[in-house]
Design a binder for this molecule. Structure first.
Ligand code: NIG
Ligand code: FE
Length: 408
């Protein structure tokens, strides 16, 4: 028996395909979890649907995509936040053995079950806002066993929750204490041993590195990227967050999927990102929580037509939060993005930042049928509400998720 044809009618569709692409009186049909047809309801192809959903004129967008998170972690770093409020810097805390290494100690001490249980509510919070695809990084294990543990938890979350999880190996997040003074050897161990093993276990979809004075150099990133390429894995970079080391220019040259943060990037980086089709991922929650002053070069990125994405960066240090809608609000207010840029930043461009543009991020024939029905009067309201959730219905692979969902 062939899969049922479902008709979703009476919708204000924001396809995110060509620009935002609004279809005021729209409809779409789905079959076998994918979109078959999208357009004006008046132009609907003839033929009876097996199931009809009347969306009552509501706004519909693609399922949201959070393309940069570190949501698998244990413990908190609230005491560091308090220290930063008193004036201590993020770098200073990191150099004194706190920061990322504080979370590494907590993650190493946690069992796989504990890690899952601590991380699940953060994922649930994102899902409740209409996130249907989320990237999750490792990077708080920093040993082969503990990085594998984090990645298994990320995969497990993807099976336990109605969401698509893409995993990223961020073993090059900071130097673990065992390798003090031997950063090149650490990168070599990841490149030669960890990457091939974790890849063979099906645990990694991409490779990331924190390119910064408190983390790794451009040359070390280049070495790691070569190893990723040898495994057929795409790369991305935490780049130009606290200073300008030149990581973005190298990453763009190598065709990275994305460069993320970018506060210290400028005109040259904007041009390089645009030329390479590397997505500029903005992380305004980290900017906000670090009390950062320097803004990413939004005007230059726009002028060069670089693709902008927005992500939550959910992590215990720089971005303690699990709200992509809040990140959208901050990207508009703090960085000056338009409502349309913010929406494309969590749909079409976020999909590109994960290499998923052929599957997700737009409402178009052939795409996975992930979409959100919103309680909104205008689509601008998406980057407008803070701490209020206008989600009505989430449809994942053409199935309606029921709320309250027992696991959300
Ligand atoms: O994206 N910049 C490096 N990594 C994270 C912070 C991680 C942490 O502080 O635990 C970020 O901001
Ligand atoms: Fe990050």
């Amino acid at each position: 028996m062939s899969e049922p044809l479902k008709l979703w009618r009476n919708a204000r569709l924001v396809t995110c395909d060509a620009a935002a692409g609004v279809i005021a009186r729209g409809a779409l049909t789905t079959r076998a979890g994918r979109i078959e047809w999208v357009g004006e309801e008046a132009a609907l192809p003839a033929g009876a649907a097996d199931e009809v959903h009347d969306l009552t004129g509501a706004w519909v967008t693609p399922g949201l995509i959070d393309c940069h998170t570190h949501l698998v972690f244990a413990g908190t770093r609230a005491s560091e936040y308090a220290e930063r409020l008193r004036g201590r810097s993020y770098e200073d805390i990191a150099r004194a053995g706190g920061g990322i290494l504080a979370t590494v100690r907590a993650v190493r001490a946690a069992s796989e079950e504990q890690l899952f249980d601590e991380s699940a509510p953060r994922l649930a919070a994102l899902l409740s806002e209409g996130v249907t695809t989320v990237e999750i990084k490792s990077g708080y294990g920093l040993s082969l066993a503990d990085e594998a543990k984090m990645l298994r938890v990320a995969r497990h979350l993807g099976r336990a929750f109605p969401v698509t999880v893409r995993t990223t190996l961020l073993a090059a997040h900071t130097l673990p204490p065992e390798y003090r003074g031997r950063a090149d050897e650490y990168i070599e161990a990841i490149a030669r041993e960890w990457l091939p093993q974790l890849c063979a276990q099906g645990l990694i979809d991409a490779v990331d590195i924190f390119c910064e004075s408190i983390a790794f150099s451009v040359a070390q990133a280049e070495r790691l990227f070569a190893a990723a390429r040898a495994q057929g894995l795409p790369v991305k970079m935490h780049a130009e967050q606290l200073s300008n080391l030149g990581g973005t220019l190298m990453a763009a040259r190598q065709g990275a999927l994305s460069c993320d943060h970018l506060e210290y990037a400028g005109e040259a980086e904007a041009a390089a990102l645009a030329r390479a089709g590397t997505v500029a991922v903005l992380l305004p929650v980290a900017f906000y929580c670090l009390g950062a002053e320097r803004q990413p070069p939004v005007a230059a990125l726009r002028a060069h037509r670089a693709m902008l994405a927005i992500a939550s960066d959910c992590n215990p240090g720089s971005a303690p939060g699990a709200s992509l809608l809040t990140a959208m609000s901050m990207a508009t207010r703090l960085f000056g993005l338009t409502a349309e840029e913010a929406l494309l930043g969590v749909t079409r461009h976020a999909a590109r930042a994960l290499g998923l543009q052929g599957e997700r991020g737009t409402l178009a024939p052939g795409q996975v049928a992930d979409f959100v029905v919103w309680n909104l009067r205008s689509i601008e309201e998406l980057g407008y509400w803070i701490g209020f959730n206008p989600r009505r219905t989430v449809v994942r692979a053409a199935e309606v998720l029921r709320w309250p969902n027992p696991i959300l």
